[in-house]
Design a binder for this molecule. Structure first.
Ligand code: DCP
Ligand code: MG
Ligand code: MG
Length: 364
């Protein structure tokens, strides 16, 4: 069975958050600027909403120029730590839809991620589209923001599909549509091809993806090297086996699971939590690491997702500590809502290798 990959990308992310925070901005052109140490005149545009884009403003444009283009736009300074918090919350929602209890998930940037749904959708694209719809509703309900989703048989196609219908769209590219989707595109649009490669290819007379796909692979290898040359040929042909895999997962160990039915009965929730703790802790032991942070995720029946973390004073590798902290956080979360719970997760992070350091048990 071929894979089904979703790529989710938030719409005009920083500017959308600012609009959400201040409803008086609705309908106005909003530009979020990264000001440099040369003050307001020196910065570049981080992003802007669609009203500002219609006026010709775009990311990376000097703010000074943006002001000249549209003096009546609202210019705001970036608030990166705040956007990162919003991002964390969105990533937890997205992760909760990924196969293997959230493991087949890959954050790609502050506002986008891949998730594989081959298993959850049973390989059915209509089902995958419904999952995308649920994700959009969940993100809208919890964070008041819209996103666009691309669905395809691999990461490259999913990534390129998500920008096809923005904002608030879902674009499905079936396996038999991949060729038509790619064929006439300029090579620079192929995800993974940057300026340097584009120019080299142009020098070889290769301008559109079709030219690249039809090019002799040996010649590509002689110019770009084995790995890159092969990749170019494959990518242009719509082939990409790269797995959906979190790049930072080496610093985190976690598991998520659904309750057998939505509930907020603490004995049921805690018994599932115990299972997850066993699993996470056995992975901690197998990898010989200690952890400094413990994060609990709760996804409610209404899609609302809450995460709460605790940071320990030192790295620990004690099951009792993990259990105590997890129970504490889960208890607080159970007390703070009356809504039934659908899924829960536990994750340890900030991992340190155990280099000859003893566990408490060995110590005494
Ligand atoms: N960003 C930035 N500087 C850039 C590009 C982006 O600071 N040159 C930041 C601001 C964006 C966020 O990253 O909000 C996400 O980037 P995207 O490329 O996904 O752009 P947007 O989400 O803003 O718009 P779109 O609706 O096109 O995805
Ligand atoms: Mg975006
Ligand atoms: Mg993005």
């Amino acid at each position: 069975m071929s894979r089904i990959i979703l790529h989710v990308d938030m719409d005009y992310f920083y500017a959308a958050i600012e609009e959400r925070e201040d409803p008086s901005l609705r309908g106005k052109a909003v530009v979020v600027c990264m000001y440099s140490n040369r003050g307001e005149e020196g910065g570049a545009v981080s992003t802007c909403n669609y009203a500002a884009r219609d006026a010709g403003i775009h990311s990376a444009m000097p703010c000074r120029l943006a002001k000249a283009v549209k003096p009546d736009a609202v210019f705001l300074p970036v608030r990166k730590p705040f956007y990162s918090e919003v991002s964390d919350s969105i990533m937890e929602i997205l992760r909760s839809y990924a196969d293997n209890d959230g493991e087949l998930f890959e954050k790609l940037g502050i506002d986008e991620a891949f998730l594989e749904v081959t298993a959850t959708s049973g390989g059915d694209l209509d089902k995958a589209q419904q999952i995308a719809q649920s994700i959009k509703e969940g993100v809208k309900e919890l964070e008041g923001l819209t996103c666009s989703v691309g669905i395809g048989p691999n990461k490259i196609i999913a990534k390129m599909a998500s920008s096809r219908q923005k904002p608030d769209g879902i674009t499905v590219i079936r396996e038999d549509e991949v060729d038509g989707f790619l064929r006439k595109m300029p090579v620079a649009k192929l995800w993974g091809i940057g300026k340097v490669t584009e120019e080299k290819l142009a020098g070889m007379g290769i301008d559109i993806v079709e030219d690249l796909a039809g090019h002799d692979v040996q010649e590509l290898i002689s110019i770009f090297g084995k790995t890159r040359g092969t990749w170019l040929k494959m990518a242009a042909s719509g082939i990409d086996d790269d797995p959906v895999k979190e790049k930072t997962s080496s610093d985190q160990i976690g598991r998520m699971a659904s309750l057998t039915h939505d509930t907020r009965k603490s004995d049921l929730v805690l018994s599932l939590l115990d299972e997850l703790l066993d699993d996470v802790f056995s992975k901690v032991t197998a990898r010989s690491v200690s952890f400094r942070s413990v994060t609990i995720t709760v996804i409610y029946s209404n899609f609302k997702t809450v995460t709460k973390s605790h940071t320990l004073n030192h790295p620990m590798a004690e099951k009792s500590v993990l259990r105590e902290v997890s129970y504490q956080i889960m208890g607080e979360l159970l007390d703070s809502s009356t809504v039934n719970i659908r899924r829960i997760g536990v994750r340890v992070g900030n991992l340190h290798e155990n280099k000859g350091q003893k566990t408490l048990a060995e110590f005494f």
